[in-house]
Write a protein that binds this ligand. Structure first.
Ligand code: NFU
Length: 387
C-alpha cells in the first residue's frame, strides 16, 4: 500500500498530484485511517496548485484555435510579438508559481514525495509557508488577469460564428459540443471518499464496459482533405477499427457516459448552466482564482508545528475503500482493497476515461474541420485514460 501510490503517480506527468492523493486516500479509506488536519491542508494546497498549472498549460494548447478580439489574427502563444509574448509570460509564471508551491509542499514538482499513507512525511517550515503565501499572492493577481483575458478571447470566438481552417470559412454552430449526457463531480475543489459522512460518488452506480463492446467496428475512411493542417487528414481508403484501437475502457455511471471536469464541477456546485465546447473553456478559466484563494486559506490555517502523520496506521482487513480527487480534467476515482498492508485489488477511474465516450457524443453534428476544438475543450489526457 505504500508502493502503489508512487506507481499510480507515474501514470501522468501533468496530474501526478491527483493520482498520488487519490491513491493514498484509497488506501486510507480501505484501512480506515484518518489523517491529521495539517496533513490534509498540505494535500489541498498540492491539489489546488496542480489544477492551476494544468489549466495554464491548457491555455497554451488551445490559444492557436482562437482569435485576438477585434482582429482577424489567430493567437500564436509562441510569437515574440505583443500581446502574445506577455500572455505567454503570464501563463508560464502562473505555472512556475504553481509548480514551485508543489515542490515546497510536496517535495518535488512532478511526482511528489511528501504525501504518504497516514498523512505526510513532514510538515513545512514557517519560512516555506511564508514563501508559498508570497507566491500565491503574486499568482492571484496574474490568475485574475489571465482569466479575464481568456474569457474575452473565448466569448469573442463564440460570437464570431465562423473560423478559418486551411483558408476555408467554417461555421461555428451555437451548440458546438452539446451532448445529452449527464455531468459528474464530487466537489468544487478537492474530492470525496467512502469515509465521508455523505460520499459524493457511488461505487454501485459505476460499470466498466470494454471498448470492443462499445465502439463501432471496422470502417474505411471515405473523406480526405490534404490541405487540413498539419499535413492533411487520413487518406481515403485507410482502414480504422475504433473498437479494437481504442486504448481505454468505457466507464458508465447509471449506464451512461458522463462529462467530468470544470463545467461538470460548476454545473454541480455553482449553478453554471452553459453547455458545450465554449462553456467548458469558460468554466475552466473561472476556476483560476479559487485555486489561489484555496491555497491562501489553507496556508492561513496551517500550523507548521502541527503533526502530519497519523499515530496509528492500520494494515487493512481487505475492505473496499475509494477516494475521488477532482483532478484538473475531472473526477479521478481510485478504489482499493488492502489486507495486511498488501493491495488485493486496485482500480483507477480517471477523468479522461470518463470523458472520452462523452466527447464522442459531443462530436455528433460538429463540422469535422473543427472537431478537434470539441475534443480539446475536454483537455484530454490520453496518458491518464490509457492507464
Ligand atoms: Fe489526469 Ni493526466 C488529469 N487531470 C486525466 N485525465 C488525472 O487524474
Amino acid at each position: 500500500m505504500e508502493q502503489v501510490p508512487k506507481i499510480a503517480s507515474r501514470v501522468c506527468g501533468i496530474c501526478p498530484i491527483p493520482h498520488t492523493l487519490a491513491s493514498i486516500e484509497a488506501m486510507e479509506t480501505s484501512i480506515g485511517c484518518e489523517i491529521p488536519t495539517d496533513a490534509k491542508l498540505l494535500r489541498v494546497i498540492l491539489h489546488a496548485a496542480n489544477r492551476l498549472h494544468s489549466h495554464a498549460l491548457h491555455n497554451i494548447l488551445i490559444l492557436p484555435d482562437f482569435y485576438l478580439p477585434g482582429k482577424e489574427t489567430k493567437i500564436n502563444p509562441f510569437s515574440k510579438e505583443q500581446p502574445f509574448r506577455s500572455v505567454a509570460e503570464r501563463i508560464f509564471r502562473i505555472r512556475e508559481i504553481a509548480q514551485t508551491i508543489i515542490a515546497v509542499a510536496g517535495g518535488e514538482a512532478i511526482h511528489p514525495s511528501n504525501p504518504r499513507v497516514g498523512g505526510m512525511y513532514r510538515n513545512v517550515s514557517p519560512r516555506a509557508k511564508q514563501k508559498m503565501a508570497d507566491l500565491a499572492k503574486e499568482g492571484l493577481v496574474l490568475a485574475h488577469e489571465q482569466m479575464e483575458f481568456m474569457l474575452e478571447v473565448i466569448r469573442n470566438m463564440q460570437n464570431r460564428g465562423f473560423t478559418d481552417v486551411a483558408g476555408k470559412e467554417i461555421p461555428i454552430p451555437r451548440n458546438l459540443g452539446y451532448h445529452n449526457q449527464g455531468v459528474m463531480a464530487t466537489a468544487p475543489m478537492y474530492g470525496s471518499s467512502s469515509l465521508d459522512e455523505k460520499p459524493m460518488w457511488d461505487f454501485a452506480r459505476w460499470k466498466d464496459t470494454q471498448p470492443w463492446d462499445w465502439y463501432m467496428g471496422e470502417v474505411i475512411i471515405d473523406l480526405e482533405d490534404p490541405s487540413y493542417p498539419i499535413g492533411g487528414t487520413t487518406k481515403v481508403g485507410t482502414k480504422a477499427n475504433p473498437r479494437m484501437e481504442a486504448c481505454n475502457t468505457v466507464p458508465t455511471y447509471d449506464g451512461q457516459p458522463v462529462e467530468v471536469g470544470p463545467r461538470a464541477r460548476l454545473a454541480t456546485f455553482k449553478n453554471f448552466t452553459e453547455k458545450g465546447t465554449f462553456a467548458q473553456h469558460i468554466a475552466r478559466q473561472l476556476e483560476y482564482p479559487n485555486c489561489f484563494y484555496t491555497i491562501l486559506k489553507c496556508l492561513d490555517n496551517l500550523d507548521t508545528s502541527g503533526k502530519v502523520l497519523a499515530d496509528h496506521i492500520p494494515r487493512g482487513d481487505g475492505s473496499m475503500g475509494w477516494a475521488a480527487n477532482e483532478a484538473p480534467r475531472g473526477t479521478d476515482v481510485h478504489i482499493a482493497r488492502v489486507k495486511g498492508g498488501q493491495v488485493l485489488w486496485y482500480e483507477m477511474l480517471v477523468p479522461t476515461t470518463w470523458n472520452l465516450p462523452t466527447c464522442s457524443r459531443a462530436l455528433a453534428g460538429a463540422p469535422w474541420q473543427i472537431a478537434e476544438m470539441v475534443v480539446r475543450a475536454y483537455d484530454p489526457c490520453v496518458a491518464c485514460a490509457t492507464h
